[in-house]
Design a binder for this molecule. Structure first.
Ligand code: ADP
Ligand code: MG
Length: 542
């Protein structure tokens, strides 16, 4: 089987597939003796790029040649780039290096890798999603689809122990991000009338700047100050090597404290050996405010689904190994908490989803009697038991002209709103602004508002306008719709937006000629906003 699921994490990444019995299994990273690969890249010199734990060990001493937390940069506007040995790397290219390392794990063990599903945080917008997909393609992978991380975690849980309808809260505390998701699991019938387990996402929340790193930083400071006290130094007097020594031991100490009541670290402080002892109680005290912060996000997410009763809380993400997290969640949801494969659940769920998709394709081609290899019965047994219904991460719609009133207004009409079921489809008919218009430039926007219409959403040059920065209006791209000569302003142009976990598809049909214009909007689409001040579509108002 050459289908894999990949959890491309902020701090750790993981790759999984289904074994010969249809059960998900993680591909071991033997080099680091781990189930995961640290998402850290060290550009040692122009001939050597290191990914994983070895790269992480250079963070403090060669920090300027190390890239970490690149997931926070992927798909962002005005993306930063990284320069090493005269070469420039984008976050997409750095992510591709991490994905290549995962691909190499498979190949080193004699496997082949073709189709993959990559996971993304539920809050990722379209640009972050398409950048993630691009990174996969750049690494030579065929990206079947993306799936939201909490949905993948729920899918892997469901595959293992689904018994009855229930509502689950996924508490995913990773290295750099925190996600809360409420999902409902029910029995339903699929299109061919078979009973399937349906996973529906009800609400999402969290913080993309909160994770295990915050615990590491607190511990780092604690140890640094303890080292200073022992040696009569100020923090400024501590050498870079010493800081690296502390940095490289902090995470290990944190992991020890998840198992034991105390941990000792030996640090070489400016050449003098120093032993620092930390108790779990100390560690819990110095980080209690961050634990409380995560619980506030849990409350805020629950407020989005009033009246919903949580049956089970799934703890996923490496940081949920910390007893203080288990205790805090247990205190709020007594008897309902389950730790579920914290560092592997997401990759395993993605592997299950990948085989679901491959199976769908296979059964489609079997129907067309073109499938010479036969459908994989094994995968079918497991995967055809599920169906996934996720939510849209943003609102989406076109920019059009409202001709009502004395002055024309350019407005954004939200076709699909944040939190709607995916795939979401919506169509509306518009008209050319004027007679004999040669073309229409249809702009597609993403935003965080739940309003039907945003006014005004762009300035005269077509740039998104920050009337309310919280709406986070982004121009995704535009579709050129050419019109035949003598097109009247009464020609209906039907515009359709379709959103699924992998992106937004926009289509415009000239219903007089049946001519269809469509595109998958991409981040890097070359948008010449200047030329599009005219050539608009209008809302039917006259
Ligand atoms: P990502 O954010 O990349 O999805 P993971 O879910 O793999 O990350 O979580 C990584 C985080 O979990 C890191 O901060 C790591 O230090 C932490 N972690 C892993 N194992 C443990 C443990 N046993 N105790 C405490 N923290 C842990
Ligand atoms: Mg994760």
């Amino acid at each position: 089987m050459s289908t894999y699921g990949i959890d491309l994490g902020t701090t750790y990444s993981c790759i999984a597939r289904l074994d010969s019995n249809g059960n998900p299994e993680v591909i071991r990273n033997n080099e680091d003796d781990s189930n995961t690969v640290a998402s850290v890249v060290f550009f040692e010199n122009e001939n050597n790029v290191v990914v994983g734990q070895a790269a992480k060990e250079n963070v403090e001493t060669d920090g300027e040649r190390v890239v970490q937390f690149v997931k926070r940069e992927i798909g962002k506007r005005d993306t930063r780039t990284y320069e090493f040995d005269g070469k420039t790397y984008t976050p997409v290219e750095i992510s591709a290096l991490i994905l290549t390392r995962l691909k190499n794990l498979v190949e080193a063990q004699g496997g082949t890798i073709e189709d993959v599903v990559i996971t993304v945080p539920a809050y990722f917008g379209l640009e972050e999603r398409s950048a993630t997909k691009q990174a996969g393609e750049l690494a030579g992978l065929h990206v079947l689809s993306l799936i939201n991380e909490p949905t993948a975690a729920a899918l892997s849980y469901c595959a293992r122990q689904f018994q009855e309808d229930r509502t689950i809260l996924v508490y995913d505390l990773g290295g750099g991000t925190f996600d809360v998701t409420v999902v409902k699991m029910t029995m339903a019938q699929n299109s061919s009338g078979h009973d399937v387990q349906k996973i529906t996402v009800l609400a999402t929340g969290g913080d993309d700047r909160l994770g295990g790193k915050d615990w590491d930083d607190r511990l780092f400071n604690y140890i640094l100050h303890a080292c200073c006290d022992e040696n009569g130094l100020t923090p400024e007097e501590v050498e870079a090597e010493t800081r690296q020594d502390i940095r490289s031991k902090v995470e290990e100490a944190k992991r020890k404290l998840s198992k034991k009541q105390s941990a000792k670290v030996r640090i070489d402080v400016n050449g003098s050996r120093t032993e620092i002892s930390i108790t779990r109680a100390d560690f819990e005290q110095m980080t209690s405010d961050i634990v409380a912060k995560t619980m506030n996000f849990v409350d805020a997410t629950l407020e989005k689904v009033p009246g919903v009763e949580i049956d089970t809380v799934l703890l996923v993400g490496g940081s949920t190994y910390m007893p203080m997290i288990i205790d805090a969640v247990e205190a709020k949801f007594p008897g309902k908490v389950q730790q579920h494969d914290p560092d592997q659940a997401v990759a395993k769920g993605a592997a299950i989803y990948a085989s679901m998709l491959v199976e769908e394709v296979d059964s489609l081609s079997a129907q067309g009697e073109e499938n010479s290899e036969g459908t994989p019965a094994r995968a079918e047994q497991l995967t055809s038991k599920f169906t996934v219904e996720d939510q849209t991460p943003r609102s989406f719609g076109p920019g059009v002209v409202d001709t009502k009133g004395a002055k024309h207004k350019y407005v954004l009409e939200n076709f699909i709103k944040i939190g709607e079921k995916m795939p979401a489809v919506f169509s509306k008919t518009y008209y050319p602004l004027e007679d004999n218009q040669e073309r229409v430039l249809l702009r597609a926007f993403e935003n965080m508002s739940t309003d039907d219409t945003l006014i005004p959403c762009v300035d005269e040059d077509g740039n998104p306008q920050a009337t309310d920065p919280a709406h986070n209006v982004k121009l995704l791209g535009e579709l050129v719709v050419n019109l035949p000569p003598n097109t009247s302003r009464d020609t209906p142009i039907k515009v359709t937006f379709k959103v699924d976990a992998s992106g937004v598809h926009v289509e415009a049909v000239n219903t007089k000629t049946d001519e269809t214009f469509e595109t998958f909007l991409r981040t890097e689409s070359d948008i010449d906003v200047a030329k599009s001040a005219v050539h608009q579509l209008r809302i039917s108002s006259d």
